[in-house]
Design a protein. Structure first.
Lengths: 328, 344
């Protein structure tokens, strides 16, 4: 059953800002299986959103290729391109900006159904729209059909965004910080909805987030990838990555996170960084880009050589000279 | 012995809107003791920011303070100063209260700093406006004091002194704001979402800075946040705000370990921690109430699994369960049992 749906091969993305080149994503290799749940976590500017956009086909790669069912998405035939475009959908961060304010929920959801001829006739479209609203827990659907986005709460709007993505029967959804603008009390129910889509319809999800606790909760049996300055520094089974982090950056992140538990959060062992300053993307450090801040910096090898992302006995794939030398 | 710096009693604030009155704050009462950190936690639209703005006289024109009072008292060298009625301050007295006694750090650090002024000018303008070290001869003393504050928030003072806000990162701007707020040694600091929209490592840095400064300078803090983790980390006492009212207040450990209001219980169960078991997490059903047409009785009853006829009819008052722990719920004795709270 495990079929590789998406494959990223040496994916790079650079941006030119005021004549200077910024490397946003640097040599990412990643296989995503059909129906897989994957979380990408990292701080702002680490390239997680750029990666998500490239996977969803909203941004071309600068170098390297992304394969959808084995075919490079940059050179697809028209028929295959349509299949890919429908197969991978994106749900954006801000549900206030991503829905058209002058279209009712029915219009928003009916447009893609009619355009792609998934439904025949008004009655059929309406039936399908109601089904979709039911799938995303907006019940009873009749109450929502004629509403405009401004009449809904943030959480309800985000559900409409998900329903819109589902209109075209996607195989995979890229959700970029899809719950971070939603009230804390209802985030979990949104994530549960994504989990249900996966279980019942086999829709894979890439959730991009900066919240490791949320990533662990959501991915659970899936994977978490930690990004730093455009590279994946650690990727592995979600609980493994959070409970037994190997890369020093992952360890620092986990030790820094404040938790909603007064005793745990105040007694947590902190790992101090060597430097608080995030390096500029314009002048990335040589070798391992984490070396100027790394608490276990081991000298020359870190400054000179880019550590490859390697699998070891510890389970996760880690890009760190030190972890790799300890294990071998 | 209780020595409150700030006592808020029955504060009510409404906003005028086309559909009617938005009841943003309804009869809120709480104290902030000397040197204490109190967190007001709640979701967006719960009225927590309005409390902060009301205390600083910064409400927009559509807002109206309907009633209540806030008493501030300065404590210096062990003796309490005269009481100040914060809500009725005007003119010079208000100016004296702001920044000298109570300073506010705003949510969005980029918008709170003037984009065309250098960091230095922010310090100089603030000092001038409040008559602090503002004489011609005191420029050097002011700069020295400012640089000292900037280094306390772990910034390289000399480097940021002549910077414009856009040249600084979000975390640096937030720290500039904190340093600026402390310029006149206020006794109370109101922080509105001080770490929202910052990265994890930057958040950690701001929290550490605040902890350290509080220990060193001994000011009291009132946090306004939706972030339970921030409250767990920094607060001594926590108050949960729902639909403009405090529905539970208590010591930080009591609130997190032994909450009794179904909403507080729900909020805590809805936020994943690194250790939480997947099955233990559930959302609070429904969505926050319409503040113009509030539900009858207990405002939480439409979302509450325990609600009954009485909840629909009567709004419960805050009642004290044990020293310092107060809950506004008719069903608090059985709430924990029914909602199956995992005893920690």
């Amino acid at each position: 059953m495990s079929e590789t749906l998406l494959a990223l091969e040496h994916v790079n993305r650079t941006f030119t800002v005021k004549g200077q080149t910024i490397k946003a994503v640097d040599d990412i290799n990643l296989n995503i299986q059909a129906g897989e749940v994957l979380c990408l976590v990292g701080e702002s500017g680490c390239g997680k959103t750029t990666t998500g956009k490239m996977i969803a086909g909203l941004l071309p790669t600068s170098y390297g290729s992304i394969l959808y069912r084995g075919k490079d998405i940059a050179t697809l035939t028209n028929k295959d391109r349509k299949e890919y475009r429908l197969g991978v959908q994106m749900v954006h961060q801000d549900p206030y900006a991503s829905l058209n304010p002058i279209q009712t929920i029915y219009q928003t959801l009916a447009a893609p159904l009619q355009h792609h001829r998934f439904t025949r006739g008004e009655a059929d479209t309406k039936r399908r729209v109601c089904d979709l609203l039911q799938i995303v827990d907006l019940t009873p659907p009749d109450d929502f059909l004629d509403k405009y986005p401004h009449q809904l709460s943030g959480g309800q709007r985000q559900r409409v965004s998900v329903a819109r993505a589902l209109t075209v029967h996607p195989k995979f959804i890229v959700a970029d910080e899809a719950v971070s603008m939603v009230d804390v009390s209802i985030r979990i129910s949104l994530l549960k909805m994504f989990t249900r889509l996966k279980d019942e319809m086999g829709v894979g999800v890439l959730l991009i987030t900066h919240d490791l606790a949320l990533a662990k909760y959501f991915a659970w049996d899936g994977r978490i990838g930690v990004m730093y300055l455009g590279r994946i520094v650690e990727i592995g089974q979600a609980r493994e990555v959070v409970d037994h982090p190997q890369h020093p950056y992952t360890q620092v992140l986990l030790s820094a996170i404040p938790e909603a538990d007064p005793d745990a959060t105040r007694t947590k062992k902190r790992i101090e960084l060597r430097s608080m300053d995030m390096p500029s993307l314009l002048q990335l450090p040589t070798g391992c880009t984490f070396h100027p801040r790394c608490p276990v910096f081991a000298g020359e090898v870190c400054e000179r050589v880019v550590p490859p992302l390697k699998k070891g006995d510890w389970g996760s794939d880690v890009a760190c000279h030190l972890v790799q030398s300890h294990e071998s | 012995m209780s020595e409150p710096v700030l006592s808020v009693r029955d504060l009510s604030i409404v906003y005028k809107a086309r559909r009617g009155q938005v009841q943003a704050v309804r009869n809120i009462s709480f104290d902030v003791e000397r040197g204490e950190a109190v967190a007001l936690i709640g979701e967006s639209g719960s009225g927590k920011t309005t409390v902060g703005l009301g205390l600083m006289h910064l409400l927009p024109g559509t807002a109206k303070v309907l009633g209540g009072n806030a008493t501030y008292r300065r404590h210096s060298n062990g003796s309490a100063g005269p009481e100040i009625e914060v809500l009725s301050l005007k003119g010079d007295n208000l100016r004296q209260f702001r920044w000298h006694e109570c300073a506010m750090v705003f949510q969005s650090a980029l918008n709170a700093l003037n984009p065309v002024l250098r960091v230095s000018e922010h310090f100089i303008d603030t000092a001038k406006a409040h008559g602090y070290l503002s004489g011609y001869r005191q420029t050097a003393a002011l700069k020295q004091r400012s640089l000292q504050l900037l280094s306390m928030v772990r910034l390289d003072g000399e480097r940021v002194w002549l910077s414009f806000p856009h040249e600084l990162s979000g975390g640096m701007r937030q720290r500039v704001l904190i340093a600026l707020a402390l310029l006149l040694e206020p006794q109370l600091l109101i922080l509105d979402e001080p770490t929202t929209a910052l990265d994890i490592l930057t958040q950690r840095n701001i929290m550490d800075v605040l902890k350290e400064l509080r220990q060193r300078l001994g000011f009291a803090m009132l946090f306004i946040s939706h972030d339970l983790a921030l409250a767990a980390e920094l607060a001594d006492r926590v108050a949960t705000v729902y639909a403009g009212r405090i529905i539970e207040i208590g010591d930080v450990r009591t609130i997190f370990r032994n909450p009794h209001h179904p909403y507080t219980i729900g909020l805590i169960k809805a936020v994943p921690t690194l250790r939480s078991e997947r099955a233990a997490l559930i959302s609070v059903p429904g969505s926050p109430p319409d503040l113009i047409e509030l539900p009858t009785g207990c405002k939480f009853h439409p979302r509450c699994p325990l609600s009954d006829e009485r909840c629909r009819r009567e709004d419960p008052e805050l009642t004290e369960l044990e020293s310092g722990h107060k809950v506004a719920c008719w069903h608090w004795p059985e709430a924990r049992e029914v909602l199956k709270v995992y005893q920690a």
